[in-house]
Design a protein around this ligand. Structure first.
Ligand SMILES: Nc1nc2c(ncn2[C@@H]2O[C@H](COP(=O)(O)OP(=O)(O)OP(=O)(O)O)[C@@H](O)[C@H]2O)c(=O)[nH]1
Length: 282
């Protein structure tokens, strides 16, 4: 890995301060993460601040994640949160299923026993591009929050009333001031959580090739119909892909294509936080 990745623009620092001020107003928090990397896309800095109220972890983009890795993650982490929920915010299946998962949780059962006021306020946080706005729009039943296929679109905090007696405080996607571990930055970059112009796409592509070859060994060969694929040499693999795509020596375009194919699920259901491929949950 040659390039050091950092992205912490001023609006993120400001958002962290504002979240601290708003915590007294909310009943609970939803931290939205990308189900393909639910550990990596948790913000280590924000947890301390929001843990003063119940925190639900929402694994969004479940339609793109490897179900076995999702199950393993949930089993390993279920005691760390008030609840772990899964959603596919892009499809219309979200609302009812999400509310069922939420209402089944003991936090909400206790609230209804105590006849707590109908409107509950929730802070919605997450790293950029995990689908916060798409998620909120679904529950609101209209396109209020701005969505885009690129990170850093929402810049302000604002309240949004949904159809279900839930009021959400939407927040800009948040990263943290320094990535101590560049592998975390690389995964977030591949998932679309960092502006593409700050990333070296060939670095990301080489990491992705190594990762896929190790953990999903048939994914690349199947997608690009390459029969003799260099298994243990990512640079040779990138050259094969470039040539197979008819891109001559244009490794940059081939890298971008590979990353976009991953982002849109063209390699199948793949998780970047990988806990082994055995069937046992350990
Ligand atoms: N496949 C899939 N795509 C999703 C899902 N949820 C959101 N997306 C897509 O992910 C992209 C980012 O969604 P946004 O809702 O804008 O993400 P955000 O977290 O609000 O982004 P920021 O404003 O950068 O913080 C968009 O292209 C959405 O269509 C999902 O559950 N599945």
């Amino acid at each position: 890995m040659t390039q050091q990745i950092q992205w912490f623009p001023g609006h993120m620092a400001k958002t962290i301060r504002e979240i601290g001020e708003q915590m007294k107003l909310v009943d609970f928090s939803l931290e939205i993460v990308d189900a393909r990397a639910p550990q990596t896309t948790q913000n280590p800095q924000i947890m301390e601040m929001i843990a003063v109220k119940p925190v639900f972890l929402v694994l969004n983009k479940i339609d793109l994640a490897d179900p076995r890795q999702v199950t393993k993650f949930i089993n390993k982490n279920k005691d760390k949160f008030s609840g772990i929920l899964t959603t596919d915010a892009k499809m219309g299946v979200l609302s009812k299923d999400f509310l069922r998962q939420l209402k089944n949780n003991s936090f909400f059962a206790d609230l209804s026993k105590n006849n707590t006021a109908a409107n509950l306020k929730a802070l919605v946080v997450g790293t950029p591009n995990v689908g916060k706005s798409t998620f909120i729009n679904h529950l609101a039943g209209k396109n209020i929050a701005r969505t885009a296929n690129k990170p850093g679109v929402t810049h302000f905090l604002y309240w949004i009333r949904t159809r279900y007696n839930l009021v959400f405080l939407d927040t800009p996607g948040l990263l943290w001031p320094k990535f101590e571990d560049q592998e975390i930055a690389t995964k977030i970059g591949i998932l679309g959580g960092i502006k593409d112009n700050l990333l070296a796409s060939d670095d990301l592509a080489l990491w992705l090739i190594s990762f896929l070859q190790k953990n999903y060994p048939t994914a690349i060969a199947t997608r690009y119909k390459i029969s003799h694929f260099p298994l243990d040499n990512p640079i040779a693999a990138l050259m094969s892909i470039t040539s197979q795509l008819g891109l001559r020596q244009d490794f940059e375009s081939a890298s971008q294509r590979l990353i976009n194919d991953f982002r849109s699920g063209k390699f199948g259901l793949i998780s970047l936080d990988f806990y082994g491929d055995d069937y046992l949950d350990n």
